[in-house]
Design a protein around this ligand. Structure first.
Ligand SMILES: Cc1ncc(COP(=O)(O)O)c(C=O)c1O
Length: 374
């Protein structure tokens, strides 16, 4: 079966290990095992739990301990409404695989993680794109969504907080989307992998799965929890959907690694401290980026409200890929070209990586921009 190349992943694979200043990273700066254990107060005692662990397949759908910890992120979901997956990438793929049949209408926002439109397209679905436009704050136009949502609509895929724009739909907007989906009997899949690091308030916006009976939320340890190395994600949704997913999952997952399950449970049980660190990083780094954008005459943006990424618009007549390759080759700074996100004319920055890398990378980018000016 044919599928489009995953633009952003190909770009990352090609350059990620060859740059000096990685401003393409979308995770909050990753934690070392030691840091996680310090946060959890387990550094001295962890081996007592680890050494007797027999490395079997473990609990097939995820341990009770982990599923309880994940369920506690939602107002309405219980352990039975959660299934553990190989990252959010596995969670999203499983939801699409379980629900989408040829001819079904699937509506996906764009920009977003490419899975949400390229996977259903590969299944022969009738995919319609709901553009997030800068002039609309990179938020969906709900009248347009109403027009796109018809009887054969199986799934509406959204992403909140949004990668790459950093836009954030509030509870009212999510409820309106749920109402539109309800009128045509569609599921809503909300990719919430960046949840927990809003720039304001508690950091948490409501979750789609708590607002709608056919609402499905996916999440993972990678981004806001700084633990991408665990390769651990989940689906939270209505129980009958979780059962349907489990049937597909038996064919491609069996279970996730026991150690990944174990460390993810520890992190989620100490999530206040883990997320407090993440919010310190994202808020501090966004302030640096904000000041940098303000002094760069050739760069403009819509300041993100959550997540770890932003789209920067540049005032040069140059394809985004050329912009990024030139910047990489001359200064060692890696951004992500808008072209691989179907957003030509922009570049994406990930600003939640190491503080020093961000500062030095931006200084190098300033040199590059100055050299580009006529
Ligand atoms: C919106 C979105 N969803 C899912 C993923 C996949 O994340 P994970 O590492 O949990 O598989 C990413 C990674 O970049 C993402 O940005």
């Amino acid at each position: 079966m044919k599928i489009r190349e995953f633009g952003v992943e190909i770009w990352m694979n090609a350059y990620e290990t060859r740059c000096r200043y990685n401003l393409a990273e979308t995770c909050v700066e990753s934690l070392k095992v030691e840091q996680l254990l310090e946060i959890a107060g387990l550094k001295e005692t962890i081996l007592e739990e680890l050494l007797p662990m027999k490395l079997t397949y473990g609990a097939i759908e995820g341990s009770d301990r982990l599923r309880d910890a994940v369920a506690s992120l939602y107002a309405t979901r219980k352990r039975e409404d959660i299934i553990i997956t190989h990252g959010a990438i596995g969670a999203n793929a499983l939801v699409h695989e379980t629900l989408v049949e040829p001819g079904d209408r699937v509506i996906s926002v764009l920009p977003t993680y490419q899975q949400h439109y390229s996977i259903p397209e590969s299944y022969g679905a009738d995919v319609r794109i709901l553009r997030l436009r800068e002039e609309n704050g990179f938020l969906p136009d709900l009248d347009e969504l109403k027009r796109l949502a018809g009887d054969r609509t199986k799934l509406i895929a959204i992403n909140n907080p949004n990668n790459p724009t950093g836009s954030l739909m509030d509870g009212a907007c999510l409820r309106e989307i749920a109402a539109i989906a309800d009128r045509c009997g569609a599921y809503v899949l909300c990719d919430e992998v960046y949840r927990g690091i809003d720039q304001e308030g508690t950091g948490f916006t409501e979750s789609m799965t708590d607002l709608y009976d056919r609402g499905i939320s996916t999440g993972s340890m990678s981004k806001s929890y700084s633990l991408a190395g665990l390769r651990l994600g989940w689906i939270a949704g209505p129980r009958e959907l979780i059962h349907a997913v489990a049937i597909h999952r038996d064919y491609n997952t069996i279970s996730v690694g026991m150690l990944d399950d174990f460390f993810a449970a520890i992190a989620l049980e100490h999530r206040e401290a883990v997320l407090a660190r993440s919010r310190r990083i994202t808020q501090g780094n966004l302030a640096i980026l904000d000041a940098w954008v303000a002094k760069e005459p050739t760069i403009s943006w819509l300041k993100p409200r959550s997540g770890t990424t932003a789209l920067l618009k540049y005032a040069f007549d140059l394809p985004s890929r050329d912009f990024c390759v030139r910047l990489l080759e001359s200064k060692g700074v890696m951004f992500t070209p808008g072209s691989v996100l179907d957003m030509e004319g922009y570049v994406r920055i990930g600003y939640a990586n190491n503080h020093a890398v961000l500062k030095e990378g931006l200084a190098k980018t300033s040199e590059f921009l100055a050299e580009m000016r006529p």
